[in-house]
Design a protein around this ligand. Structure first.
Ligand code: INI
Length: 156
């Protein structure tokens, strides 16, 4: 049986992060977690691009633009959508998730979903802490694992 288990890429990788300015105090912690995970796995800041956008709704278009350059092995979208008293949350979170999935499929590129969708600020902060409890860290690991998986599948 051919089994491709999760591993890290065996080559130099270029990774882009797209971060939403909305709820900056949380998203900055996700960015820090992602950069930490990349750094611990040999991806230097020189091989990393960070782009800020206004909000989570703008993430898919920006990931699409970055994917179109062909320069990146994976793009990680980071944001925090926090439920308020109106249906706005559902539109922003839903379109963001849907758009990112579409972009990934369109370009055959890992478009990683690092967007917190929570009921309140406390839940978001819990997921944006240091070390293991940081969704930015986790999504960067997922990005590298996806690069490695696709490298193995696409080998001729
Ligand atoms: N953007 C977020 O990233 N998080 C939110 O919680 C949020 N809320 O609650 O409104 C949010 N709205 C802005 C949105 O992403 C767009 O930037 C804006 O609608 C302009 O297109």
């Amino acid at each position: 049986m051919n089994e491709f288990s999760l591993e890290m890429p065996q080559r130099k990788c270029n990774v882009a992060l797209v971060a939403s300015e909305f709820n900056h105090f949380i998203v900055q912690q996700l960015v820090d977690g992602a950069i930490d995970a990349l750094d611990r796995n040999g991806i230097s800041e020189q091989d990393t691009t960070l782009v800020w956008v206004p909000g989570a709704f703008e993430l898919p278009l920006t990931v699409d633009a970055l994917a179109m350059t062909g320069r990146y092995d994976a793009v990680i979208a980071l944001g925090a959508v926090i439920r308020g008293g109106t249906p706005h949350f559902d539109y922003v979170a839903g379109e963001c998730a849907r758009g990112l999935a579409q972009v990934g499929l369109k370009h055959g590129l890992p478009a990683i979903f690092g967007v917190l969708t929570t009921d309140n600020v406390d839940q978001a902060l819990e997921r944006a802490g240091s070390g293991a409890g940081n969704k930015g860290f986790d999504t960067a690991i997922a990005a590298l694992q996806m690069i490695a998986v696709l490298d193995r599948i696409r080998v001729k």
